[in-house]
Design a protein around this ligand. Structure first.
Ligand code: SF4
Ligand code: SF4
Length: 176
């Protein structure tokens, strides 16, 4: 299946509707840090520039805030297209081009598997540990702790339901 159609199947977004006005890029809070701006991502999808999109920092830096989608005069949703590109990249075994985001995603899913819900401080702590930023974040962690903003992690017994769901999804993906 052509890359554009793969994106469309996962996100219901038709890149051909994009007329490159760049309103999405102008309103994206992360555009300055992205190698491809949201409008360029849409254009690249349209042109089938699969490698450029799947290896871009843009799809991993995207916050999913949907400002781009809200501003698009064509009712195209770049946020949904970015999310679809992340799924395709992971399915193809392409490592996230922003290492920290990949580690954060992994920590998020592992936390769900363990607890059945997210304990934010654990996900942030593991991410910072694995990205070598743990020490620099200790002052902030201490401040949050002393202001009662850090809750202890839950006992790791609540993840059974999520693990079953997760394994079922994996099994279904393997079948297709
Ligand atoms: S705002 Fe919509 S039409 Fe304009 S460039 Fe972005 S996706 Fe394309
Ligand atoms: S959803 Fe992503 S691409 Fe769209 S404005 Fe937010 S950060 Fe930018």
């Amino acid at each position: 299946m052509a890359f554009r159609h793969e994106i469309e199947a996962l996100s219901s977004q038709n890149a051909n509707l994009c007329f490159q006005c760049s309103k999405c890029s102008a309103s994206c809070p992360l555009a300055d840090m992205m190698d491809l701006k949201p409008a360029q991502v849409m254009h690249s999808i349209r042109l089938g520039r699969e490698e450029a999109v799947l290896n871009s920092t843009a799809i991993w830096l995207c916050l999913g805030c949907e400002t781009c989608s809200a501003r698009c005069p064509q009712q195209v949703e770049p946020a949904a297209a970015m999310a679809a590109a992340r799924v395709i990249a992971l399915k193809r075994g392409i490592q996230p081009s922003v290492k920290e985001v990949g580690i954060y995603y992994r920590g998020f899913v592992d936390n769900m598997r363990l607890n059945g819900k997210i304990h934010d401080a654990s996900v942030a702590g593991v991410t910072q540990l694995l990205t070598g930023q743990f020490t620099s974040s200790l002052p902030m962690a201490w401040k949050l702790l002393t202001h009662g903003r850090l809750k202890p992690p839950p006992l790791p017994f609540g993840g059974g339901g999520f693990r079953r769901l997760y394994n079922n999804v994996l099994a279904k993906e393997r079948e297709t």
